[in-house]
Design a protein around this ligand. Sequence first.
Ligand SMILES: [Zn+2]
Ligand SMILES: [Zn+2]
Length: 426
Amino acid sequence: MSKMVFTAAGGANFIGASAYVLKLGDRHICVDWGQSVSKSVEGPQYDGSLDYLLLTHGHADHIGLVPVALRRWPHLKIFATAETKELAKIAWSQTIYHSLRKEAQNRHQPLFTREEAEIAEKAIVTITPGETINLSGDIQVTPLPAGHILGAVSFLVEYQDETCFFSGDICYHESFFVPGAPLHTLDRCRLLVRESVYINTDFDDRESIVRDFVQSAEAVLRRGGQLLVPALSIHRTQEMYAIAAEAGLGPVYIDGSRQATEVYRQFAPRCGEVLENVPRFESHDERRRLIQSREPAIIIASSGMVYENTLSATWAENLIFREQNAIFTVNYQDPCGQGHRLVHSEKGKFIPFNGGIVKRMCEIRHFPLSAHMDGTDGQKMEERLNPDIVVYAHGENDQIETYLEANPSTVNRKKIKAEVGKEIEL
Ligand SMILES: [Zn+2]
Ligand SMILES: [Zn+2]
């Protein structure tokens, strides 16, 4: 058996800049090459060689910097599902758009050019879940549906007699557009690299959260309020729209997320047609008119974490003063994001928001409709895959440490917190 080494280049004991390098003999496979979520961490940190890049799904923290990786390793062979490729193209064009704006203000060097994004797009070999690809004589890779968003996969890597499993971001319960990840069982595997976003949290059952959301949204409309639902632009936006539309709530608008919604309309294995003719705003005037009309409405707007100067932040700033209105968050909240601040604010108190200060009068609630596995799902996954080594990645440092204190390594299973640059010999 030739040497096998695992190294996290990003997405380790934090969320963002996901990149996991697996050295198999003299070949180097990397899973994902993402952008950082917060500004405190740059992209992936890795200086060795790379031969293959496998992309799990189209979120920017997993595919955001692929054009940069290709500049560094021009012969890199890249694999992704058709849906991931479409979503990646959107993420890259948004990055170019934002960096051109910042460059114009002399605040930034562009991360990559339009030409580099086109080269990356052409370099992607499309893969299909369940179909094994032969990387080179003794390395086989099988993408398996991961249920997290449209086109998301986990990767099963087989090398000589050994198996490694990369969960990617994974979700076992079905959502409106995407079936949950199937339960995959192995006799044993050498390495499991798993996401750890909700490693210590168990969710209530999803149907009751959805029911609660629908009833609460109905109550806001009934009292004449306007409801803002800040939502991640891929998956959560489309899902919340479909939930509201199916429950007969309305009117429901989507603000932002135009291209991702189009990808869902075209590719979703079920019910993509729900997303035809979604009401939208074509100008600021149209938005202003709706706010001033005070007519009941639901507005689903990006960003899901209500970062400053985004559509959801602007809507929140306008709706927060009126008691009848409401803001319902429906996805993970970055502790540094404004969404987190809103959820933890008190009614009647002032909070810093969008660079100023606002008095929060509206109702604010959080509905944990995550597209990640929870703590129990993660433990069951470990039991089914039976790994010798588990690497906990893509989670907050304190959460992973708390988990490892309560669930230490055993004789048969070594459990390791991912850290950037730490080599783990397999
Ligand atoms: Zn994701
Ligand atoms: Zn992620």
